[in-house]
Design a protein around this ligand. Structure first.
Ligand SMILES: [Zn+2]
Length: 135
């Protein structure tokens, strides 16, 4: 898989903070209930912190109480890439930025949340940057 935005690893390391790099480029997970957007209700667009691609909007963000920002749908289906993830002895679906391939989180389905899709895009705050709507 090749991405529109591809950079050598050392460039990602230079551009991102160590914590951002660990999540976005090494698929780490930020600790639950610590991310800056976990409970954010501000209206706006969430972009990829690595490349700036618009990924999610506040419209589909919902209170999942799982400890990470949760969305029931991406901004555009093409904005994210879904990849089977068999790490940690589980089969999960990893969510990546479709433009740069950076790790965002995982998507879970059928959990019974009262949302239109019954999906939960469980996304690390540190993978995103919120651009709030003009008041
Ligand atoms: Zn990206």
């Amino acid at each position: 898989m090749s991405y529109d935005v591809e950079k050598p690893d050392e460039q990602w390391r230079a551009e991102l903070t160590p914590a951002e790099y660990a999540v976005l480029r090494q698929a780490a997970t930020e600790p639950a209930f610590t991310g800056e957007y976990t409970d954010t209700k501000a209206k706006g667009v969430y972009s990829c912190r690595a490349c700036g691609a618009e990924l999610f909007t506040s419209t589909t963000k919902f209170a999942s109480h799982c400890g990470w920002p949760s969305f029931y749908d991406p901004k555009d289906t093409d904005a994210v890439e879904l990849v089977e993830d068999r790490s940690h002895g589980m089969v999960r679906t990893e969510v990546r930025c479709a433009r740069c391939g950076s790790h965002l989180g995982h998507v879970f389905a059928g959990e019974g949340y009262p949302t239109p899709t019954d999906q939960r895009y469980c996304i690390n705050s540190i993978s995103l940057r919120l651009a709030p709507d003009e008041a």
